[in-house]
Write a protein that binds this ligand. Structure first.
Ligand code: TRP
Length: 471
């Protein structure tokens, strides 16, 4: 049983008239891990990780991805959790309050985070809508065909129908808003701590099914045979982008979650555990997908269509395929839900703490704004398919701005802030929970990476993302 803990807001917050004096927060240590993991695990694991790994040298790509995760995204994640917990506020207020000089505009990192969260949600809710719709299509058997041409038609009918895309996006938005209104402990923590174990169980069941198919080993080899000849500087940069996206770092999500962390939570330990669990989900997803893809002679490098076109055809080919396809779609919906909750929390916590709105009001405003902006992404395959900004549809544009610009910029400045502005004594104090945890060695390693290694590596990604340096 968990005890409800309420944390005191910082003094600037208490001056705000009409605001509650206590903030909701995560309650149990395990619940914190599940909620954080719920943010990290998402469509990135089920689709991005396997398709990128497949296309870029299997195990070799996984090793590079792991290095990027350890050298960039885990340190940035620790930074965000630490700063969020210290300030106990939304992303923008956190960086404003922690800035040593009020004249330094560190709060802009928070603004970039709120904008990025909003843009990611605008297109993520579209894909999540398709995943939700697929649960129904799997149950009715509508998408169940061994012929990829048939599944491809089902998919294109869904994405090119303006109303279907919009309505599924609204369903997703209503579902997420409902959980967000319930609050941090009851809503986010309560749901993710039930859904995450379910996700692991479903994933294991689908893995066993896939691995016991005749011819499955070829898929396993494909996933684990290192082929270093495929690794180019461009692939390394891609692995780093995935590492950012996967652990939800560089844009205030983890700052907002960190603000709900308990004072006695081991932050570096939690970040490492979340990273390992998230990696396990990614690898298990690969093991659920590739052995089956190979066993039935499908192509592994189908890219974006892998999830919506290849996978249904693969499942339709196996015994009890409909049952496993339904399970798989539920799994993907669960993964997408936890990720969206964490993204939603960024604008909602900001609005609820800095404006007159309460949490419900903030959620409704965010919902309406997302329904409006998100519609431009949802209609990118139909009515707005020909409307392009900088050569991209709205859907691709939001993805590009958030992943290639805002997240690396946010991550870079976060690392600089921790390593060069906040400095070691404060970091040591925070990450050891005021000397309670004996983790000085880990803190030293973190400090070195966040001061030198992470900023340098992120700079490379940023320059590439902007097309200034092109490999
Ligand atoms: N990590 C999630 C995934 O893999 C996506 C996600 C959730 C995210 N919150 C985020 C990405 C914040 C960037 C920033 O699907």
């Amino acid at each position: 049983m968990s005890i409800i803990t309420k944390t005191k807001p910082p003094s600037s917050e208490t001056k705000d008239p009409g605001k509650p004096l206590v903030r909701d927060s995560f309650t149990s240590k395990l619940g914190v891990i599940f909620a954080t993991l719920g943010s990290a695990v998402g469509l990135g694991n089920i689709w991005k990780f396997p398709s990128m790994t497949g296309a870029n040298g299997g195990a070799a790509f996984i090793i590079i991805y792991l290095l990027c995760t350890l050298l960039v995204s885990v340190p940035v994640m620790i930074t965000e959790l630490m700063l969020g917990r210290t300030a106990r506020a939304n992303a923008i207020t956190t960086y404003r309050n922690l800035s040593p000089k009020k004249s330094q505009p560190w709060w802009l990192v928070g603004v970039s985070g709120v904008v990025a969260a909003f843009l990611i949600l605008a297109f993520y809710t579209v894909v999540a809508g398709w995943v939700f719709a697929y649960i129904g299509k799997a149950i009715t058997g509508n998408v169940l065909s061994t012929n990829p041409e048939v599944t491809s038609q089902v998919f294109s009918r869904l994405v090119t129908s303006p109303w279907e895309s919009l309505i599924w996006q609204w369903i997703v938005l209503i579902w997420i808003s409902f959980v967000i209104i319930l609050g941090v402990s009851k809503g986010i923590e309560g749901l993710t701590k039930r859904l995450m174990p379910a996700l692991f169980v479903i994933l294991l069941i689908v893995c066993v099914r896939s691995l016991t198919l005749p011819g499955a080993m070829e898929g396993v080899r494909f996933l684990f045979k290192p082929d270093f000849s495929r690794i180019t500087p461009g692939v390394i940069l891609m692995a780093m982008g995935l590492a950012f996206f996967k652990l939800s770092v560089g844009m205030g999500t983890m700052t907002a979650y960190g603000s709900y962390y308990r004072d006695d939570q081991d932050i570096p330990g939690s970040a490492l555990r979340v990273m390992l669990a998230d990696l396990s989900v990614s690898i298990l997803a690969g093991l659920a997908i590739f052995p089956a893809v190979f066993a039935f002679g499908f192509k592994p490098d189908a890219g974006p269509s892998l999830l919506f076109i290849t996978i249904p055809a693969v499942f339709a080919s196996m015994p009890f395929g409909q049952f496993f396809l339904i399970l798989f779609c539920i799994l993907a919906s669960i993964a997408a839900t936890g990720a969206m909750l964490s993204l939603f929390e960024v604008p909602v916590s900001f609005l609820a703490e800095r404006t007159k709105l309460n949490r419900t009001g903030a959620t409704i405003v965010t919902f309406l704004a997302l329904a409006a902006v998100g519609a431009t992404a949802a209609l990118s395959n139909s009515i707005l398919a020909d409307v392009k900004v900088a050569g991209k549809t709205f859907f691709d544009l939001y993805d590009f701005i958030s992943s290639n610009l805002l997240m690396p910029i946010g991550g870079f400045f976060l690392a600089i802030f921790a390593g060069w502005v906040w400095k070691f004594p404060k970091i040591q104090e925070q990450l050891s929970n005021h000397g309670v945890l004996k983790n000085r060695g880990i803190i030293r390693i973190y400090y070195f990476i966040v001061r030198y290694v992470a900023p340098a590596l992120i700079l490379l990604v940023m320059l590439n993302g902007l097309g200034i340096v092109n490999w």
